[in-house]
Design a protein around this ligand. Structure first.
Ligand code: NAD
Ligand code: LMR
Length: 329
């Protein structure tokens, strides 16, 4: 493996996700103990002092894989030459809000950051968007970075994917390692569709193992889709450590590849697969290898799944119309 440090940008680095994400990145969770990384941390000016404190803590960990840290409030400086950009910085929703309500508050962040990445990122840059509403923020960044290939942008639905695996494991008593081929379709929102009809438990079809359509419709799907709100209700603030963990899982698999005979969920620019309009950033089952992804083809979509996918995609189209109206794309 290369000993050249991978330059990893993290935005919103002084926030609550950042406080978990940076330490895991620096400790080798992304690429293992043999590949150093350099962190480039972007914050808004008032948060730079807090970020300095976080960097002091990073120093104090003496991580062998951490080759350097730079911080700043200027995207063109911080993103210069980065190979991976994790766009986390955005306002989280609070109790009672839907993620779509963040569009106008957060969308503008991603026009500026898309433009900056377009100008200064490394030729091989990959961009993962965690900040909400993640799918449409990724669409905004992608549209504002016309020189970066579209397939280099993705939005995070891996947290939903992991939540779905965990709920299925709890229901069936199977270890999480026995669960494969989980899929989240659509938007990272309450309309998302976690699909048990193609998932497997110990090699058997998950919906058949569960054998209870009512549980799938009335427990499993809403529990996964509304987990973010349940955490806000319980914790008083939105998920952070689990979001950081999923951000790393997604980037790890993107760069190093998904497991054989399995797939992961990633929100990527649609090529029209499964009837999702071309160009929308929607979650699909994908396999990944060496920094590329491919949408898994040929899955049978029954009427129930079709309705769920269509509903989430319709919401993504509404979000796209809203940011077009706001002049962000
Ligand atoms: P937070 O408020 O604790 O931190 C956000 C940070 O972003 C703040 O420090 C803020 O100063 C910074 N920021 C704001 N504008 C910025 C800009 N233009 N450039 C750089 N930094 C900027 O929030 P958090 O809990 O860390 O969550 C961050 C985002 O991630 C939220 O939008 C949240 O909803 C989202 N989130 C997504 C998922 C997911 O699965 N996709 C999961 C959890 C949270
Ligand atoms: C989550 O899924 O936990 C995040 O998107 C935060 C939220 O607003 O739900």
């Amino acid at each position: 493996m290369s000993s050249t440090p991978l330059k990893v940008a993290v935005t919103g680095a002084a926030g609550q996700i950042g406080y978990s994400l940076l330490f895991r990145l620096a400790s080798g969770a992304l690429l293992g103990a043999d590949r150093p990384i350099e962190l480039r941390l972007l914050e808004i000016t008032p948060a730079l002092k807090a970020l300095e404190g976080v960097v002091m803590e990073l120093d104090d960990c003496a991580f062998p894989t951490l080759a350097g840290v730079e911080i700043g409030d200027d995207a063109n400086t911080v993103f210069d030459g980065v190979n991976l950009a994790l766009l986390v910085g955005a306002r989280p929703r609070t109790k009672g809000m839907e993620r779509g309500e963040l569009l106008s508050a957060n969308g503008a962040i991603f026009t500026a950051q898309g433009k900056a990445l377009n100008e200064v990122a490394a030729d091989d840059v990959r961009i993962g968007v965690t900040g909400n509403p993640a799918n449409t923020n990724a669409l905004i960044a992608m549209t504002n970075a016309p020189d970066i290939p579209r397939e280099r942008f993705s939005a995070l639905t891996r947290l939903d994917h992991n939540r779905a695996i965990s709920q299925l494991a709890a229901r069936t008593g199977a270890p999480v390692t026995d669960i494969r081929r989980m899929t989240i379709w659509g938007n990272h929102s309450a309309t998302q569709y976690p699909d048990l009809f193609h998932a497997e438990v110990g090699g058997r079809n998950a919906a058949e193992v569960v054998g209870d359509q009512s549980w799938i419709e009335n427990d499993f799907i809403p529990t996964v889709a509304k987990r973010g709100a349940a955490i806000i209700e319980a914790r008083g603030s939105s998920s952070a450590a689990s979001a950081a963990s999923a951000t790393i899982d997604a980037a790890h698999d993107w760069l190093l590849g998904s497991a054989d005979d399995d797939w992961v969920s990633m929100a990527v620019a649609s090529d029209g697969s499964y009837g999702v309009p071309e160009g929308l950033i929607s979650s699909f089952p994908v396999t990944t290898k060496d920094g590329s992804w491919e949408i898994v083809q040929g899955l049978d979509i029954d009427e129930f799944s079709r309705g769920r996918i269509n509903a989430s995609v319709a919401e993504l189209e509404e979000e796209r119309a809203a940011v077009t109206e706001l002049g962000l794309i």
